[in-house]
Structure formats: C-alpha cells, structure tokens
Design a protein around this ligand. Structure first.
Ligand SMILES: [Zn+2]
Length: 149
C-alpha cells in the first residue's frame, strides 16, 4: 500500500470541532498531524495523548446512523474492514510507544446526535487527565457500542 492510500479523504469539520474542544479544556502544547502512527489529528506530547476525529462513514462507526453501507456494487465491506484494521493497528502502535488514544466520532460533534459542548468538554478533560489507554466519544444516536474497546 502506498503512503497516499493511507490518507483518508474526509471532512475536516469534526477535526476542527475536536481541536476546539481540546483547546477549551487543555492549555498545554498541542501538535496537529503529529508524526506518529496514523498521523493523529491532535497530539498532546506532555500527556502522551493522541486524539483523532473519525468520520463515521469512512471509519464505519458501528451502530451509527451515519455509517450505513450504500447499496452499490462497490465492495464497501472490504473497504471498511481495511480502514478498521488500519485504525486498530495504529492504535496498537501508539500504545506501544506509550501514547493513549482517544477517538472522537463525527456524530459526537456534528449533526442531530451531537453532544452538548459542556458534555464533550467534560469527556475530553476526563480522558486527557485520566489513565485510560483508550476511549471514544460518540454521539447520542449510536445504537451499539463499538467492539474495539
Ligand atoms: Zn458515528
């Protein structure tokens, strides 16, 4: 797989909203698109926290209304399986380097199921200041919890 093939095409709005939330709750140094496995959107080097905003469609957010598979001939299931495998591999590599990973799903910051800013900020602050190795922030409309935890 080429390097270009690793770069997902995506809406950057969830990333900007996640960054805004980080800035509201954290005043230490922030690196965007750090040279770490998976190029996390937001890295907090002093906390060794990597935060990535995942588009619900492209990263196939389980149980999420934004992640419905289109009825076309394209092999979406295989595509999503590859993306998911890459996300999990990057998370494992980050953990191996001593970084904790937070996934902020698009549906948590955009659309009808988006969280109130106060809730988003609280979850973000809890993770940054906590000890969990991995967490994800999801919108309110998600039917099933992700099995990646
Ligand atoms: Zn979602």
């Amino acid at each position: 797989m080429t390097l270009m093939a690793c770069i997902p095409v995506r809406d950057t709005r969830p990333e900007r909203l996640a960054l805004a939330a980080v800035r509201r709750v954290y005043d230490g140094p922030i690196i965007t698109h750090a040279e770490l496995p998976g190029t996390p959107d937001i890295a907090l080097p002093e906390m060794r926290v990597a935060i990535t905003a995942h588009g619900c469609f492209w990263h196939h957010h389980e149980g999420c209304p934004h992640a419905r598979v289109p009825a076309t001939g394209y092999p979406w299931a295989a595509k999503f399986a590859r993306t998911r495998a890459r996300d999990l591999r990057c998370r494992a590599e980050l953990a191996g380097l001593g970084w904790r990973t937070l996934w902020v799903w698009e549906c948590a910051v955009v659309g009808a199921g988006a969280l109130a800013a106060a809730d988003l900020d609280r979850m973000m602050a809890n993770f940054i200041g906590g000890r969990e190795h991995f967490a994800q922030i999801e919108g309110t409309g998600v039917l099933a919890r992700c099995s990646a935890a």
